[in-house]
Design a protein around this ligand. Structure first.
Ligand code: S3P
Length: 434
């Protein structure tokens, strides 16, 4: 366990390029493995989660060559995965665990067991088992809902699936299975969630239609994916943005970050709180399914904040940044209220409990609710010690809290950041002039 102390910072200056997008890297690896022709992925994220994905697709028969900051994947084709003796290890990667079964479900006559670390074994898979079962696959999960679990592949039939939660992982799983099902598969989203899968499928020549909340994919014989370039991860960039806003005298540039509108809910919340973030973000394209990912630069400066209310519709578009919203709320004037975010309880840690408990231990005034939290802004944080609970976003939250605090913060379990942002401490150091 690594313990790192983050001292109060004077100011942040300079520019940072966030690491490659984790969500898009997972998808590029999986779709690359499903494709018939080799796919070059530029700027692939080399971090623990996305390395688990490369290992999984290798086990399934894909050839993966690491080339510079990218990878070249020679896939197995849609229905041709290798049979395995033992389980596939997804490590800590929830996205891998929920997306890959969409592909595996279509491998007729073959079965695959998925397992992972202690945290992954607490994360439910019934949300994907339900639609995949309706499509004709069989899923055997521990206690009916947890890993380890086995996907028994089958000839799939298409379904129309009403998503019970606005989850991009579940949506993506159904869409991937839909590629191999008879006919057209439709998902109904209760609210928009990140749309990287549908964009990449469109880029791979799949017919993908959106009609308001309905998203339909038509089955294919083959996927033909051109080169993929992965933008910087807006969720990783958000930590640097929060640091720039919170630490007095800061002015930073964030370069090459994804600006996909389904990932920039945090920016819109921050803007409402009075944060100074300048840059061009993508506008929602309506029903058009775009086949590319937008990328852009942002300028961030320190400034005072006011509290705000985040409602359920906004939650999926800022889901991984809500811990940072809690931190910003501690420094804001007035109350910051997050509701409709019960999904936070099912992340790498129970992020309602760990964030509220963690920030309160640093001098914050937060209260957990069933589906979110209320933060009473006190204008600052004293500092102290916070545990990452093995959750990468908690570790990085503690670090940023430390820079903005009066006395500094010691993060216990800082190594968790390697899951999504292995160069986090280094990048922060460069903005601090170290
Ligand atoms: C992800 C979707 C989100 C997010 C996770 C990554 C993805 O989960 O929290 O970090 O890549 O699809 P849900 O879709 O389950 O909300």
């Amino acid at each position: 366990m690594t313990i790192v102390r983050f001292a109060p910072a004077k100011r942040l200056r300079g520019s940072v390029t966030p690491p490659a997008d984790k969500s898009i890297s997972h998808r590029a690896a999986i779709l690359g493995a499903m494709a018939a022709e080799p796919v070059r992925v530029r700027n692939y994220l080399h971090a623990e989660d996305t390395t688990s994905t490369l290992n999984a697709i290798r086990a399934l028969g894909a050839l993966v060559t690491v080339q510079g900051d990218g990878v070249i994947i020679r896939g197995t084709g849609l229905r041709n995965t290798t049979e395995l003796e033992g389980p596939l290890d997804v490590g800590n990667a929830g996205t891998l665990m929920r997306l890959l079964p969409g592909w595996l479900a279509g491998q007729e006559g073959r079965s695959y067991t998925l397992d992972g670390d202690e945290s992954i074994r607490r994360r439910p898979v019934d949300r994907i088992a339900e639609p995949l079962t309706r499509m004709g696959a069989r899923i055997d999960a521990t206690e009916g809902r947890l890993p380890p679990f086995t996907v028994h592949g089958a000839h799939l039939r298409s379904i129309a699936y009403d998503l019970p939660v606005a989850s991009a992982q579940v949506k993506s799983c159904v869409l991937l299975a839909g590629l191999m099902a008879d006919g057209a598969t439709t998902v109904l989203e209760p609210a928009p969630s990140r749309d990287h899968t549908e964009r990449m499928l469109a880029a791979a020549g799949v017919t993908v239609h959106r009609n308001g909340p309905y998203l339909t994919v038509t089955n294919v014989d083959e996927l033909t994916l051109d080169d993929v370039t992965v933008p910087g991860d807006p969720s990783s960039a958000a930590f640097m943005i929060a640091a720039g806003v919170l630490v007095g005298g800061s002015r930073i540039q964030v370069l090459g970050s994804g600006t996909n509108w389904t990932r920039t809910g945090f920016h819109r919340i921050l803007e409402r709180m009075g944060g100074i973030v300048v840059g061009e973000l993508e506008e929602a394209p309506g029903d058009e399914v775009l086949a590319h990912e937008p990328i852009g630069d942002l300028e961030v400066a320190h400034g005072p904040l006011v509290g705000t209310v985040i409602d359920a519709e906004e939650v999926p578009l800022a889901i991984d940044e809500l811990p940072l919203v809690a931190l910003l709320g501690c420094f804001a004037e007035g109350e910051t209220v997050v509701g409709g975010a019960q999904e936070l309880r099912l992340k790498e840690s129970d992020r309602i409990a760990t964030v509220v408990h963690g920030l309160n231990a640093l001098g914050g005034d937060l209260e957990a609710t069933e589906d979110g939290f209320v933060v009473r802004g006190t204008g600052g944080l004293r500092g102290g010690t916070i545990s990452s609970h093995g959750d990468h976003r908690l570790a990085m939250l503690g670090a940023i809290a430390g820079l903005a605090s009066d006395e500094g913060v010691e993060v216990v379990g800082m190594e968790a950041a390697d899951v999504s942002y292995p160069t986090f401490t280094e990048d922060l150091g460069s903005l601090l002039g170290r």
